[in-house]
Write a protein that binds this ligand. Structure first.
Ligand SMILES: C[S@@+](CC[C@H](N)C(=O)[O-])C[C@H]1O[C@@H](n2cnc3c(N)ncnc32)[C@H](O)[C@@H]1O
Length: 239
């Protein structure tokens, strides 16, 4: 399985041997992840069309905001949204803050989603390339449960993540294509190094994801995007 962005301070920039400066993360993410450049805009557009977050001044959580890609897209296309930007990595959050500017009226929080407390406060949430970094030992369920609890009933979550592919005779071709995409995008690591990097990620299949999101309080995932093994889903918090 080819690698993708990691969910900790070991960013893909660091993982791929590129200095993890502000632009470094985003450049390497684009080289590693097919469709990365569209993910933020796509996730914002989907949430903006949802029943609750379409309202003027809706409250939106960006879970695992990293260096701020989704925040920038949200600010550009829904300047009325009240945004909370949450990430446990102080260094990622610092980059996001510098990109958004101090004037941006954003509720910055250096914490995990699981540390959220209080009544459901959000009309919608975005989680792009975060769940994949959590092991399936209760950590994924705790993350998804905290996200469901943070949403008002009917609130929606756009979840984009590296998925474990279903068994398919085409899988070897998909993996070769992914490495080819990364090479063509300028990644210079050896194939072995790229495959090793994926060891830190914990992708799951669709049936496991469905069981986890149902247990967390969401409806079944509706598929909205796929590029190789990177998939996007729309989830709605049950009433
Ligand atoms: C691969 S980055 C993705 C960042 C951004 N969403 C993007 O697509 O560019 C994953 C981010 O999730 C954050 N993260 C990891 N575990 C988290 C958790 N439990 N709650 C919230 N954020 C988390 C990491 O610190 C990291 O910044």
């Amino acid at each position: 399985m080819p690698p993708s962005a990691s969910g900790s301070d070991v960013s893909p920039a660091a993982a791929a041997g590129v200095h993890p400066a502000a632009s470094g993360y985003d450049l390497v993410a684009q080289q590693l992840i097919p469709g990365y450049a569209s993910l933020a805009l796509l996730s914002v557009a989907l949430l903006a069309a949802s029943p609750l977050a379409s309202a003027q001044g809706a409250s939106v959580l960006v879970a695992g905001c990293g260096t701020g890609a989704e925040l920038l897209a949200a600010r550009a296309h829904r300047p009325d949204w009240r945004l909370a930007a949450l990430d446990p990595s102080a260094s990622m959050l610092a980059i996001a803050r510098s990109r958004l500017g101090d004037a941006a009226d954003i509720d910055w929080r250096c914490q995990t989603v699981e540390q959220l407390s209080g009544a459901p406060a959000f009309d919608g949430a975005l989680s792009v390339l975060v769940l994949q970094s959590l092991p399936d030992d209760g950590s994924k369920l705790a993350f998804l449960t905290a996200l469901a609890r943070s949403l008002r009933p009917g609130g929606q979550l756009v979840l984009i993540d590296l998925m474990k592919p279903e068994r398919s005779p085409l899988q070897a071709q998909v993996e070769a294509a992914w490495l080819g995409f990364q090479r063509a995008s300028g990644v210079r690591e050896s194939s072995e190094a790229l495959v090793q990097l994926a060891g830190g990620l914990h992708p799951i299949g669709l049936s496991r994801l469905t069981a986890l999101v149902n247990a967390a309080g969401f409806s079944d995932p509706a598929s909205i995007f796929q590029a190789l093994d990177v998939q996007g889903f729309l989830l709605q918090r049950r009433d």
